[in-house]
Structures are given as C-alpha cells and as structure tokens.
Design a protein around this ligand. Structure first.
Ligand code: BTN
Length: 324
C-alpha cells in the first residue's frame, strides 16, 4: 500500500470513534486535501467502509474482513516481530510457507498469515481445521541463538503470551493444557505447533504455528469438533477484529521472548504455572510408549511434564495427549 494511504488509514484507525476532517488529515500528513480524498477513495475500493459527513470529516466504520498487512501494522508496536509479514488468501499451510521464507533468508520475526488453510497441520500428524476468514492461522519464524534442547520452552512461552494477549484484548481468562492447548471452560480455543530446523546442536530457525479459533460460530465447527472446540466469538458473544488481536498477540510474544533471552526460562515457567490447567490434578497421559495415570506435578526447566503414578514413581512426559 502507498505510504501516504497507509498513514491516512493509520490516522482513521486511531480515531475510530470520532470524525477527522479532511483539513486535519491534510495538516497532519502534510498532503493536499485532494490527496486525502484520493486516498480515502482508494481505501474504499480496497474494502474499507469510511463515512464522510460534510463539515465533520471522515470516520472509519469497517475494515475488510480478510487479513491485511496494512490493517495490522497500525496496531503493531513490536520491535522486530512482524516487521516482515506476509498474508495470503489461501495456502496449504502457513508452516510450509514459513519454512520456504526461512530458507530464502527472511528475517527473524517474520510472520505468515492466511485466511484459509487447505491442509493445516496439527501435532502428532493431525489436521488443523482452518475455515476461511474465521481464525488466526499464523506462523512466526524466529532464528534464536539457542540449543536444540531449549526449543520446547518456546512453545510454553508462546502459550503464556497468547493467554496474556487474549486477556488484555478480550478480557477472557484462558487456561493452558500442557503442552500447547489453550482452553476455555474445557473447550479448545487454540493450538500451537512448533517446528525446528537444526543441525547437530545448532538451531537454524524455529517456526511457531498458532491456530486460534476467533470468529467461528457454532455452525463453523464440524460435528466432531463442536463438543470439544470453541471460539473467542462464541465465548465473548461478539465478533472480533482479528487484525488488532494479531498485533496484540505479537507484542505480548515479543515482550516474553525478550524477557526469556535476558533472564532465561525461570520467569516464563512461573507464569506458565499460574495459567496451567492440570497441575496438581489426576491426569492420564497417552504417549507413544503407553499410557500413564497419576498426578501432574509440574514441568521441568526443559518444559517436560512430570507425572507421579500411584507407586510414587515420577515419569517424564515429553509428548502426549492429556486427559483429565
Ligand atoms: C495443535 O493443537 O495440534 C497445533 C495446531 C496448530 C495449527 C496452526 S494454524 C497455523 C499453523 N499452520 C499450520 O498448518 N498449523 C499451525
């Protein structure tokens, strides 16, 4: 998008509930009133609904529903996350695009978003249901200087960032089910899939895939999902602005990532434990080696779940489906 058009949009979005006159816009941006009018017309052509009232000016009423870098950037307050950002109408999986971008030299912090995924990937080789225009289907690529063993911590860090971002923006208190599910009243709102490209102990890049059910209505979930999944819209009772939410989530992620890089995993672990759902509870962990039932005691610094069975034996759970 043309730089001045983006600035006009930025001003209108920052004054969402009031009119901004053409004169004020032209002064603020040091462009002519004719240029302001031309940019408003172009924004309308791009799908923005902008009201114009004589002697009062312009007010933005609606932004296009599909994800747009230009609609996210005015809200984005990060230092490096999302500075390189790509949005797509339809992709197989944002993870695949993120791998391609990482290999072709994209900067750490690059974000890939899609309105629709035809083959969204979930953990354990499963599919992630990614209907058009409803969710946040996003991959964040970072190139951290970390040992391979530390990468699961980034999944836990991401879960904490998302819980905090949702709370800040929407006011819902979401909980984390180890290792990577965000639940609200027991139903899944969001999943995280972390993929790594590494050699020996040298991490080249990490891709953190985030699938968040945002504007789904009940009818958008298949029958098999409707009893176990929910969306922010269903829980909050109103449609949400995905573009704004994305910016808030990325900011929260960057804050925690910078804290982690300075102070290590300990502060993240403390936060994770305050949001964790099943600590201190009886759970069953279904792993590829078999099932373990017992008390969820906590997580290690490596993000591994500790489960104590009836005999008092502590089992380290690296990867599993958890049932409560
Ligand atoms: C899980 O709960 O198993 C993780 C699901 C992760 C889904 C997201 S959607 C964006 C990104 N692209 C994908 O193909 N998968 C992740």
């Amino acid at each position: 998008m043309n730089e001045n058009r983006e600035r006009v949009l930025d001003e209108l979005l920052q004054h969402r509930d009031s009119f901004l006159s053409g004169e004020e816009l032209s002064k603020r941006l040091s462009i002519s009133r004719t240029a302001v009018w031309k940019h408003i017309e172009e924004l309308r052509r791009d799908g923005y609904t902008i009201n114009a009232v004589r002697k009062q000016g312009y007010m933005i009423k609606a932004v296009p529903s599909s994800l747009e870098v230009s609609a996210i950037h005015p809200f984005l307050e990060t230092e490096f996350v999302g500075k390189e950002m790509y949005t797509y109408g339809e992709v197989m999986s944002t993870q695949l695009i993120a791998h391609e971008k990482a290999k072709s030299g994209a900067a750490s912090g690059t974000v890939i978003l899609a309105d629709l995924q035809t083959q969204g990937k979930a953990r354990l080789g499963r599919r992630w249901h990614s209907p058009k225009g409803t969710g946040i289907w996003m991959s964040l690529m970072v190139k951290p200087y970390l040992p391979l063993s530390a990468i699961p911590q980034l999944t836990l860090l991401t879960a904490v960032a998302l819980v905090r971002g949702i709370h800040q923006e929407i006011g819902l208190e979401v909980q984390i089910k180890w290792p990577n599910d965000l639940l609200f009243h027991g139903k899944k709102l969001c999943g995280i899939l972390t993929e790594v490209q590494a050699e020996a102990d040298q991490v080249n890049y990490v891709i953190i895939g985030i699938g968040m059910n945002v504007n789904h209505q009940e009818k958008d979930f298949d029958e098999s999902l409707s009893s176990i999944a929910t969306s922010l819209r269903i829980e909050k009772g109103k449609k949400l602005d995905r573009n704004k939410l994305i910016a808030v989530l990325l900011k929260e992620w960057e804050i925690l990532y910078q804290l982690y890089m300075k102070q290590g995993f300990s502060p993240i672990k403390t936060l994770w434990e305050t949001y964790a759902l099943s600590l201190g509870q009886q759970i069953t962990a279904r792993t590829v080696q078999g099932n373990y039932t017992g008390m969820a005691k906590g997580i290690t610094d490596e993000g591994i779940l500790l489960l104590e069975d009836e005999q008092g034996t502590i089992h380290k759970i690296y990867s599993a489906d958890i049932e409560t």
